[in-house]
Design a protein around this ligand. Structure first.
Ligand code: SAM
Length: 319
């Protein structure tokens, strides 16, 4: 009886792992696209090529879209780092192969913070293998790295977790972070892959655990119009399902959700973010990088992504 139950649990676990494989692969996709945009000069990032296996050539509007996302997240991170508290921490959930820790250590050597990254165990294992085998990346982590284990350095942590099991994640975070310190949680293209019940619990648990925090979410929206349906079909063809997008299909629905858990909330679609909440000089610079005249597609693309920020306690960030 007990052994039948045990076999059942193992089969479910195996099926879940199989089902999650395409979602884990999105980490490589994001990396390849960012690598290409970096090579073209959209973003300055000398670390991305150390992680990337390849480069995927993308059309100008996708590169410009990547720039908007990366640039706006960086602006918020830089604003957060100006908070005068040496214990401040950034927690990136579904971090994939993001390079922000190394960039910040290089570009802001005076800043005091700890950086925590969370992803599925196998994505983290691939990342820690790359870090461990690259002297430049490794030299900026003040800790030995053991293959297939979490990295627990003083100011950089790479933690394994399935974000759908929020309670387990919170128990880990209690051990490895400072609950009362100013905290910025980053979720870049992550929450829409989960059922809404899981992402709701995750946001609620983060809000309850960190009284002085901000949660920045970048996500896909508008699944019901022709462009949105094509976006969903393209992902479906790669076995990636956006399980959460139907419950949160608009900027307004994202804002409402964050208002349930945070005191101050701000958010827009990415067209608004690009036009009004990015640096004008940087925007003029990137607009000269590649010729682009598909403005109808550009507007549609940018209206299908949004950025939302919720804040509570002493952390106060907005766009
Ligand atoms: C599209 S990638 C984005 C990676 C990174 N945030 C970036 O912008 O480059 C999505 C990431 O979320 C992670 N992810 C999605 N669902 C997850 C879950 N339930 N638990 C842990 N990680 C998850 C994937 O493994 C992947 O690394």
């Amino acid at each position: 009886m007990l052994s039948a139950l045990f076999i059942d649990i193992r089969i479910n676990l195996f099926l879940n792992m199989q089902e999650d494989q395409p979602i884990k692969a999105t980490a490589q996709d994001a990396l390849s696209s960012k690598n290409y945009a970096t090579q073209l000069g959209y973003v300055h990032d000398p670390f991305i090529s150390l992680f990337a296996r390849d480069t995927v050539k993308r059309p100008p509007l996708i590169n410009r879209g990547y720039w908007a996302r990366v640039h706006r997240v960086r602006m918020t991170v830089e604003e957060f780092l100006r908070i005068d508290d040496d214990n401040k921490q950034i927690i990136s959930i579904g971090a994939g192969f993001d390079t922000a820790y190394w960039l910040l250590r290089t570009e802001k050597p005076e800043a005091r913070f700890q950086y925590v990254e969370i992803d599925f165990e196998d994505v983290c294992n691939q990342k820690s293998q790359i870090i461990g085998s690259n002297p430049q990346l490794f030299s900026m982590i003040s800790s030995p790295i053991t293959p297939n284990q979490e990295i627990l350095a003083r100011d950089y942590k790479l933690l394994h977790a399935d974000l759908r099991n929020s309670r387990f994640l919170m128990e880990k975070l209690v051990l490895h972070t400072n609950i009362s310190a100013p905290t910025l949680i980053l979720a870049e293209c992550v929450l829409a892959y989960m059922e809404a019940q899981h992402s709701d619990s995750l946001i609620e648990d983060f809000s309850n655990l960190y009284p002085n925090s901000a949660f920045l979410n970048y996500d896909m929206i508008q699944p019901h119009d022709p462009f949105g349906r094509t976006m969903i079909q393209n992902l479906h063809a790669r076995h990636v399902e956006l399980k959460g997008i139907v419950s949160y299909p608009t900027v307004a629905s994202h804002l409402d959700r964050f208002r349930r858990f945070y005191e101050r909330v701000d958010g827009y679609n990415m067209l608004m973010i690009y036009n009004r909440h990015t640096d004008r000089h940087e925007r003029e610079r990137v607009e000269k990088l590649e010729w682009m005249d598909e403005f109808e597609e550009w507007n549609m693309l940018m209206e299908h992504y949004c950025m939302i920020i919720g804040c509570k306690g002493s952390v106060n960030l907005a766009f």
